[in-house]
Design a protein around this ligand. Structure first.
Ligand code: N01
Length: 554
């Protein structure tokens, strides 16, 4: 890609909000193109998700060799992952290494929360104001604000009077929490809860797990990095990265191309066992129709329940831990180590708060409808205001004073997950309407950043002033996102953060795009190559008609 200069009197060509994996790569890539870029980061360190989620056991559920940047071959060859699935501290070290290696740090301002972002038509520029009153102007605003970055603490009354310590998984203290000798409570049994529970159980005197909905938790089958595996990956990285980019979920997990209905019951059981042994999210690749065919999914669900019964000694606890409400995978599958085994420990108690709801936090602990639980430490693993939380809070103001929060009042509206009508030159990385959380985030981040960088180059080299989503194209895309989700078992279970259902008052709308990373990538690449159909360029439509852009299937 050629370097070019943007004619601007403004301080920056692009301001990136957020210094997680997305913001870091956006900074690298746009600087490579010759842009003057500033990254503003609210945290006191870089790393985003991996900076804030420091709870015990925090670990990625995509293999480390996959969950890493591909943009620099020396980086991927030289960096050594120590485990099959990297822990939070290791990923944070990696992000910091990348920032140092590519001399990015001086362009990142930490401890800086962006509190407003306003587009001025006359200047064709975004003005971003920080919590300390600093003002940044740039032609392009890149929102790398994360999709699981706003912790959701339930509005349980009494928390302010709790005399112990309390923490949220997504805002865990940098120095950790010492739970030795303490009575600890965990509310929530999603990915964060199921990861922290085994470690807290080992350290605490007593652990009370408050479970509202049982979730499926696969054994991660984590282990130290096998040198042969590492060597094989490094020898084939170009092919593997390409495979990931063209795959359904942005990684190298091999999916069984067969339908569960085309094999015998014995073969299905053998495949489920194979996937259980492979660990983590591999179960979701057992059969191509595991997320579309109820019978296949039911059988997989029952297989996992039988595993739970075989691990958990007390039959009543095993039953309480066995998910019954949703098809396997329609609530994000958890990947943990020793989760079910933990409930065989004497110092661990499972409390079913669907049966006996939490009434309030009391000064000494938690009160349910049937008992009081004394606690020294209360851990909220209660999730996030996902996908839209960070952007709605920032509430960018676009053309003609349009506020994002109003525009998204009935659910997020984006074209291809990348841009929003009325918000010129504002790009979103891995946001709603893109594969995002249904993919290896690093693959999706790289695809988005590269697409955005190309779009900026296209504008600049064609004398265009701006790019934004066309309203009709955006409407068509949203329809398509919903249509795809409705063709899966996700339509049958809506009580998840995929639908925003975990946040009171949030519209219940399926937010990520399920059409597959490869399909999505081919589509957004084609659209760019054909002159950005479905986008308004420089305030006018491109020469090509957009009339077909909203109706095409994947
Ligand atoms: O949050 P969640 P999370 N009273 O929303 C419960 C990613 N991630 O932080 O199911 C009682 O999934 C809630 O109960 P219910 C991953 O994408 C990845 O665990 O609503 N309980 C549920 O059990 C993941 O999906 C990794 O009935 C309450 C839990 O809290 C996403 O982040 C690791 C409650 C919330 O589960 C979010 O995961 C960690 C209340 N008032 C996270 N409110 C890996 O890579 C909520 N709950 C492995």
């Amino acid at each position: 890609m050629q370097n070019f200069e943007i004619e601007t009197s403004r301080g920056y060509d692009a301001v990136v909000v957020g210094a997680g994996l997305a913001g870091i790569y956006a900074l690298y890539k746009l600087r490579q193109q010759g842009l003057k870029v500033k990254v503003l980061e609210a945290g006191s360190g870089i790393g985003g998700t991996w900076f804030h989620n420091r709870y015990p056991g925090a670990r990625c559920d995509i293999e480390s060799l996959d969950y890493s940047y591909s943009f620099d071959n020396d980086l991927q060859q030289e960096w050594k992952w120590t485990e099959r699935y990297a822990s939070q501290p290791e990923i944070l070290r990696y992000v910091n290494h990348v920032a140092d290696r590519f001399e990015l740090r001086e362009h990142i301002q930490l401890d800086t929360k962006v509190v407003s972002a306003v587009f001025a038509e006359d200047d064709n520029a975004w003005t971003l104001t920080t919590d300390s009153g600093q003002v940044y102007q740039a032609k392009y605003a890149v929102m790398a604000t994360g999709v699981l970055s706003v912790p959701q603490v339930p509005s349980t009354t009494g928390l302010e009077d709790f005399t112990g310590e309390w923490y949220h998984s997504g805002d865990w203290p940098n120095d950790g929490v010492d739970v030795r000798g303490k009575r600890v409570g965990v509310i929530g049994t999603g990915s964060s809860g199921t990861q922290m529970i085994p470690l807290l159980a080992e350290q605490a005197d007593e652990l009370i797990v408050f479970q509202r909905t049982a979730n499926f938790c696969m054994p991660a089958q984590n282990r130290p990095m096998d040198p042969d595996v590492e060597q094989e990956w490094k020898a084939t990285y170009p092919e593997r990265r390409q495979f990931a980019r063209q795959s359904g979920f942005g990684h190298n997990q091999v999916a069984n191309p067969k339908s569960g209905k085309d094999v015998t019951a014995e073969e299905r059981q053998a495949e489920f066992e194979n996937r259980w042994q492979l660990g983590g999210l591999y179960m979701m690749r057992a059969f191509k129709d595991i997320l579309t065919d109820k019978d296949v999914n039911n059988e997989a669900s029952e297989y996992v329940r039988s595993k739970i019964r075989s691990i958990v000694a007390d039959p009543k606890t095993a039953e309480e831990l066995s998910p019954r409400e949703m098809p396997l995978g329609t609530k994000r599958l958890c990947s943990g180590t020793g989760y079910y085994e933990t409930f065989n420990r004497e110092n661990v108690t499972l409390v079913d708060v669907k049966e006996s709801p939490i009434e309030r936090v009391i000064p000494t602990g938690v009160r349910t409808s049937t008992a009081d639980y004394d606690l020294d430490v209360l851990c909220f693993a209660t999730g996030f205001d996902a996908m839209t939380g960070a952007l709605n809070r920032l509430n960018p103001v676009g053309r003609d004073g349009r506020e994002l929060r109003d525009y998204w009042a009935a659910g997020p509206r984006t074209y291809l997950g990348l841009t929003v009508n009325g918000f010129p030159n504002m790009f979103i990385i891995a946001g709603p309407g893109s594969p995002s959380v249904f993919s290896n985030m690093v693959t999706s981040i790289e695809q988005h950043v590269e697409w955005i960088a190309d779009a900026i180059e296209y504008l600049e080299s064609n004398g265009l002033t701006s790019i934004e989503a066309d309203f009709e194209a955006e409407a068509g895309w949203i329809e398509h996102v919903n249509e795809v989700a409705n063709g899966t078992l996700y339509r049958d279970f809506k009580a998840t953060w995929f639908y925003g259902a975990n946040v009171p008052g949030k519209p219940v709308v399926f937010m990520p795009y399920l059409g597959g990373v490869g399909n999505y990538w081919n589509r957004i690449t084609r659209i760019a190559q054909e002159g950005y159909e479905g986008f308004l360029l420089g305030g006018r439509r491109p020469a090509e008609s957009i009339s077909n852009s909203s109706s095409a299937g994947i």
